[in-house]
Design a protein around this ligand. Sequence first.
Ligand code: KG4
Ligand code: ZN
Length: 333
Amino acid sequence: MNILGIETSCDETAAAVVADGRTVRSSVVASQVAIHRPYGGVVPELASRNHLEKIVPVVQQALAEAKCSLKEIAAVAVTRGPGLVGALLTGFSFAKALAYARGLPLVGVDHLDGHISSVFLADHCPSFPFIALLASGGHTAVYYVTSRTEAALMGQTRDDAAGEAYDKVAKMMGLGYPGGSIIDEYAARGDPDKVTLPRPYLDKAEFDFSFSGLKTAVGRYVTAAGNNLPEVMPDIAAGFQEAVADVLCYKLIHAARVKQCRDIALVGGVAANRRIREKLLADAGPEGLRVYIPPEKYCADNAAMIAATGFFLLQKNGGLDVTADVYSRTAFK
Ligand code: KG4
Ligand code: ZN
């Protein structure tokens, strides 16, 4: 059963065709990074307008790459929230109209459930129940995952998301947007022990996060460096990255201990980070845990994860009502 997935929650226009919730037949992502870069972050109105421009060609490309006609599509799965409302509405309205015109079921997928599902787009998949840490630009949260459609939230960030902290630290250092991969590059050349930064564990027994204090502490090093900043930037980046890696790895492994799970997953844009991946593998091994991280192309926003989740939601709940709307935050789900 082929599902057409559509994702427009933020600054990527994405479409994909996934068979049986597992086999990716195509996954097309049109990034808007170049459009938002001059502003140092995503400009919501520009994002919506660009989705409107790209949505038809991106969907056509996804169908063409999958060698699949609309006649072979069984349902349309689309991100319903959380995200930027204007951006979500372009993809959702398009998907609703397409599904209506073709007489297909429309499946609304939560973006965060989609990220969790991305771990099943790899060759080796975790067994239920497992712990998933989602670390992206908008969210940082730990889940106890019991099926393809069920994940219980164990804790989340109280302020900045991990990816957001990366983006803000990069901005402070004048490194542009988005910051995650740039900091990753700089950090590889630095010595994390040259700077002393806090590890914001909060309560070590709980699974909430807070990255805003760490970001402020990095800001103090940046200010103190003055004209020397270019020289010390790799060390500051490495120190910041090590602090984020320590906290994320600790919380994820601790959650597995508490819930007695053998499998853990790291998903979301930050899961592309080389040091965090490496540290998680190194720390989890001695604990007897098996680590699952999606291929890099499925860590960042994509529609394959939406189509894969949509397949299982369709079996469980059927399609959405024609009056269905989007939501900006999970609280409004
Ligand atoms: O999941 P994603 O594509 O979009 C959201 O749902 O937010 O995540 C984007 C975030 C950005 O904050 C970006 O800076 C971060 O993921 N990111 C990284 C890396 N690549 C992307 N953070 C750390 N290291 C990376 N290599
Ligand atoms: Zn995302």
